[in-house]
Design a protein around this ligand. Structure first.
Ligand code: HEM
Length: 143
């Protein structure tokens, strides 16, 4: 009987040790939270908007561009596990009809990689961030 009690106590302690494991930090935390996300989004848009290959997507007013920039920050923050809410439209609805092709998607990923470099995000975090953005390809680029 005594043995059973001891065994149960040991099992319960082991169980709490497992439960007490700290949660792994989110990608949002690991890149440096919102300030870094904002730098990534700004640098990404700077690259995209200066590229003549993307000029056909640029015909919007200053306020719409500003709104889009803010929505991009919120979306990246939310996707990376941060405390933001993305209140914009879904990616298929927003980009449907723009005819974004595979080459344009590829160039867009290069601008995202360059933006991560500018924000000094390297190694595993850089790879994870790029993978996260690339999951949007089926919703944004045309087949
Ligand atoms: C080749 C790449 C891309 C191009 C050419 C592109 C182009 C555009 C354009 C033209 C709009 C404005 C649409 C409108 O207001 O009618 C837009 C909106 C938006 N895009 Fe993209 N996009 C690209 C990739 C991405 C990626 C990778 C993301 C997310 C990581 C993204 C997130 C957004 C968001 C959040 C909006 C605003 C949504 C809203 O107004 O509700 N886009 N994009």
């Amino acid at each position: 009987m005594r043995c059973v009690v001891v065994l149960l106590a040991v099992m319960s302690l082991a169980g709490s040790a497992v439960l007490a494991q700290p949660k792994p930090a989110s990608l949002y935390e690991r890149v440096g939270r919102y300030d870094t996300i904002a730098v990534i989004a700004d640098e990404y848009l700077k690259g995209l908007r200066a590229d003549p290959k993307f000029a056909r997507f640029a015909g919007r007013g200053a306020d719409s561009l500003k709104r889009g920039r803010q929505l991009l920050k919120d979306q990246l923050c939310a996707m990376a596990g941060g405390p933001c809410s993305y209140v914009g439209r879904d990616m298929k609805t927003v980009h449907g009809g723009l005819g974004i092709n595979a080459q344009e998607w590829h160039a867009n990923m290069d601008y995202m990689a360059a933006a991560l470099d500018k924000a000094s995000i390297k190694g595993a975090e850089k790879a994870e961030f790029l993978k996260m953005v690339d999951t949007l390809k089926p919703e944004i680029a045309e087949k």
